[in-house]
Design a binder for this molecule. Structure first.
Ligand SMILES: C[S@@+](CC[C@H](N)C(=O)[O-])C[C@H]1O[C@@H](n2cnc3c(N)ncnc32)[C@H](O)[C@@H]1O
Length: 323
């Protein structure tokens, strides 16, 4: 069964407001990374996941393939499963297939991208003992709604895979996890997939692949502004720029202006000036150490129940229980 809860407020007004705000900042121009995922962006992200340079998704998938049974054995039944930013949900199949088949379980992907939600519903819609209820929502709004639909005695399992937590700056990541914790009851679970620190050249390749798919994914944000807000960005006049910031231990994606230029975005009510080499910061992907992860979980009100590590592409799957 597939249900759909539509977005309540007007997303295009919100997009226009955030574009105006981010591009008129006094110092570093910024755009929120959530806007990378429109129809084109979500499709490109799927391709990125398959690229040889981007080992992250395969590591996450290996861990779920090998340990979904262990995860489920540590949880009680009946379960209500929510996933924050499910994307296509391909890897989630391992977890859903490991669920108790004698129970009908509700799985609630929470996605800002309608395209990703559609992919997810198509990908996982054939699992008989699972009913999919998709929420086209921001993470916390969606999770609050899911928790509100919880039945008596159900344990809530929240999935946050693919190291999406790394898109939050430190310490916004802990703040976000604390906000998740506040929606949960004691004893509920969070399965967190996080990319671990690894050699910088390997990380740079992962975010700047030879085929240029990540560059297209990044540049699509400007194309999206042109499509949805009437902007006149010339895509050929911007370059994808992936760099490692050693202070924050994160990969930053930027879009670099190749010359001085002016861009007008009528539906956001702005004209923006760019200097040569000036950048728009579009995404951060923070990398973690194991001790840091455990500390972050503790500070957010969770205890670590189990952790599995992929050695081939250092990546951690951590099962956390709300205290
Ligand atoms: C890095 S992708 C990860 C997708 C998938 N979990 C995986 O591991 O491959 C992040 C996903 O979160 C969604 N997303 C980003 N920001 C969001 C937000 N604020 N609320 C809900 N979904 C969001 C995006 O549309 C995208 O599908």
């Amino acid at each position: 069964m597939i249900l759909r809860q539509a977005v309540a407020n007007d997303p295009s007004l919100e997009f226009a407001g955030e574009v105006r705000l981010g591009l008129t900042l006094r110092g570093q121009k910024e755009l929120p990374s959530k806007y990378l995922y429109d129809e084109v962006g979500s499709a490109l992200f799927e391709v990125i996941s398959a690229l040889p340079e981007y080992g992250l998704t395969r590591a996450d998938e290996r861990l779920l393939r090998d340990h979904s049974g262990d995860v489920m054995a540590r949880l009680s039944s009946p379960l209500l499963v929510a996933e924050l930013g499910s994307g296509s949900g391909k890897k989630t199949r391992y977890l859903l297939e490991a669920l108790d088949r004698d129970e009908q379980t509700r799985y609630c992907p929470i996605e800002i991208s309608r395209t990703a939600l559609n992919m997810c519903e198509r990908e996982l819609g054939d699992i008989e003992h699972v009913s999919i209820v998709g929420f086209e929502r921001e993470y916390l709004d969606g999770l609050r709604e899911v928790a509100g639909h919880r039945r008596r005695h159900e344990q809530l399992l929240v999935l946050f895979l693919g190291s999406t937590i790394g898109n939050f700056d430190r310490p916004a990541d802990v703040k976000f996890m604390r906000a998740v914790r506040q929606i949960l009851n004691a004893g509920d679970a969070l399965l967190l997939g996080t990319d671990l620190i690894k050699p910088i050249p390997q990380l740079l390749d992962a975010y700047d692949d030879a085929l240029g798919v990540t560059a297209a994914f990044n540049l699509n944000l400007l194309a999206r502004i042109n499509r949805e807000l009437g902007g006149d960005f010339l895509l050929s006049q911007f370059d994808h720029d992936a760099r490692f910031n050693p202070k924050t231990r994160s990969i930053e994606m930027h879009l670099r202006s190749l010359r001085p230029q002016s861009v007008s975005i009528p539906r956001a009510g702005v004209t923006v000036q760019f200097r040569e080499d000036e950048t728009i910061w579009t995404e951060s992907s923070h990398k973690y150490s194991q001790p840091e992860l455990l500390q972050m979980a503790m500070r957010a009100g969770f205890r670590c129940d189990a952790q599995w590590i992929d050695e081939e592409w250092p990546f951690a799957e951590t099962l956390l229980i709300a205290q």
